[in-house]
Each structure stands twice: as C-alpha cells, then as structure tokens.
Write a protein that binds this ligand. Structure first.
Ligand SMILES: NC(=O)c1ccc[n+]([C@@H]2O[C@H](COP(=O)([O-])OP(=O)(O)OC[C@H]3O[C@@H](n4cnc5c(N)ncnc54)[C@H](O)[C@@H]3O)[C@@H](O)[C@H]2O)c1
Length: 257
C-alpha cells in the first residue's frame, strides 16, 4: 500500500525547482501533502507544480529567495493563505561558495555562505514557527555530511555544522510546544550541481560501501520520514544519508588486503 502520511497536511519546501528539493515536493505531494513550492527559479518551480497538479495533487509555485527575509515571509504567508495551515517546513535550498583559497575577501565569501546556509534556515524557521506551533508540526533542514566529517570546502561545511547545532537547540526549546526539528545530512547526490561531471560521479562510487552515489529520491525519502508521524519521537538529530561513507575505510582496506 502506498504511504499517505501527509493527507490534509501542508508543506513549505525551499529549493523546490531542482534536485533534492524537487524530489522532496514530489514525494510529499505523492503522500498527500499540499505544497508551497519555493525557489528563485520561477520556471523550474512552475514545472514541478504543474507535474503535481497533473497527478491530482495540490501545489502553489512561490518565488522565494531564502537570502531575503521579506521574500521568505511572503512565501510562507502565501502558503498558509492558500492552504489554511502549515505542518512541515523543509528547507532544502543550498549552495557552496568554495574554499579558503578564493580571491574574494573572507568576510564576504564566508558571510555569503553563512547568510545563505545558516541565516537562510533561520529565516524559514522564524516565518514558519507560529504556524508549526499551531499544527504541532515538523522542521527538516538539509545539512551535509561535510558538516560532520572533513570533505573539503570549509565555509560550506562549517555553515552546515551550524545548522545541525541550531536544530539541536531549537528541538530542545520548542519540543514542549510539540514542534520537532531534524536535519538530514547527505553525501554525494547526483543533482544538477554535478552536470558535466559524470566522470567524477562515477569515480566517487568507489568511496561508498553501498557502491553508488545518492539519488535525490534517497534524500527525499529521509526528509519525508523525519517530517512524518513515523518520526513522532525523534527530534534534534542529524540523520546521515550517505551510503555508508562515514562508517570508515574498512570496505577499501578489504580490497587492498
Ligand atoms: N547534491 C549533493 O551532493 C549534496 C550533498 C550534501 C548536501 N546537499 C545539500 O542539499 C541541498 C540541495 O542540493 P541540490 O544538490 O539538490 O541542489 P540543486 O542545485 O540541484 O538545487 C538547489 C535549488 O535551490 C534553488 N535556490 C538557489 N538559490 C536559492 C535561493 N537563494 N532561494 C531559494 N532557492 C534557491 C535553486 O534554484 C535550485 O532549485 C542543499 O542544501 C545542498 O547543500 C547536496
């Protein structure tokens, strides 16, 4: 039987036009959620909303930039205005400004990364929280396994680590009000950020005990789980979604020895 964990529920999802965000809105909609699909890419958002509505679901396309507070506030308000409530916030939008060696002044480069990754999540949470307190809803933020172990590009990794810490604290602060906060921490996922880098994706398979990189749907399934009542007693965690990457090098050593 197909899961229908989000019937009569409403989800606001950022980064909805592509990659993990797109897979997340399709997964939540397939399970019955009405979707506020938010992204800076209006065309991509319209396309995923059309796909949901053609399949008989409910979704609204929202132009939203998570680096702009007014834009986030308006998109969350539009979701609640359209569907009457909010049960799930999934903040998926993300990007990586690069490593320490950049020519850009550190405060600008690291500031942009932090503003996008950390403050962007805070903007989405602040706009959603009053509604989530009414519905006793759930927040799922997309972090990264690079926030847990060293995989390069320190500004991105450090900002993702801050997201995991934020969630632990907010889970504690708002647990008594019935709102849950969790993070999913993916490793390599084959999304548009790897367009033209198919050879690299193929080579990366070797470092994963499960023998492949992730697909957007792998992460969407984890987000849906943490957003659902199946995770009703789980809050404040960072769930690795990483094909066994951080188990250690045993699978590589086995090949050498
Ligand atoms: N792909 C990976 O290997 C990987 C690994 C670990 C973590 N992640 C994280 O997963 C999340 C999604 O990554 P992805 O690979 O699906 O990315 P993607 O580039 O495929 O999609 C990102 C989406 O975010 C949107 N976006 C960009 N800037 C925005 C803004 N300011 N406001 C709103 N939307 C904006 C883009 O238009 C796009 O639709 C990110 O948080 C990323 O850091 C990805």
């Amino acid at each position: 039987m197909a899961l229908k964990r989000f019937e009569n529920r409403v989800a606001f999802v950022t980064g909805a036009a592509h990659g993990i965000g797109r897979a997340t809105v399709l997964r939540l909609a397939a399970e019955g959620a009405a979707i506020g699909a938010a992204d800076v890419d209006a065309e991509g958002t319209a396309a995923v909303v059309a796909e949901i509505t053609e399949a008989g679901g409910s979704a609204v396309a929202l132009s939203c930039d998570i680096t702009d507070t007014a834009s986030v506030d308006a998109a969350v308000a539009a979701t609640v205005g359209r569907f009457g409530r909010l049960d799930v916030l999934a903040n998926v939008a993300g990007h990586n400004v690069g490593g320490l060696e950049g020519a850009e002044p550190a405060e600008e480069q690291w500031g942009r990364q932090y503003d996008f990754t950390f403050t962007g999540a805070v903007r989405c949470i602040r706009a959603s929280l009053p509604h989530l307190m009414e519905s006793r809803g759930a927040v799922v933020l997309v972090g990264s396994i690079s926030g847990e172990v060293a995989l390069g590009t320190a500004p991105y990794a450090a900002a993702k680590a801050a997201v995991a810490n934020l969630v632990r604290n907010l889970a504690s602060d708002h647990g008594p009000q019935g709102v849950r906060f969790n993070v999913v921490a993916p490793a390599t996922v084959a999304t548009d950020r790897f367009l033209g880098k198919e050879k690299l994706l193929d080579e990366l398979k070797a470092i994963y005990p499960l023998g492949r990189v992730g697909q957007p749907e792998d992460v969407a399934a984890a987000i849906a789980f943490l957003a659902s009542d199946d995770a009703a007693w789980i809050t404040g965690i960072t769930l690795p979604v990483e094909g066994g990457l951080t188990t250690g090098p045993g699978h590589l050593l086995n090949k050498i020895g």
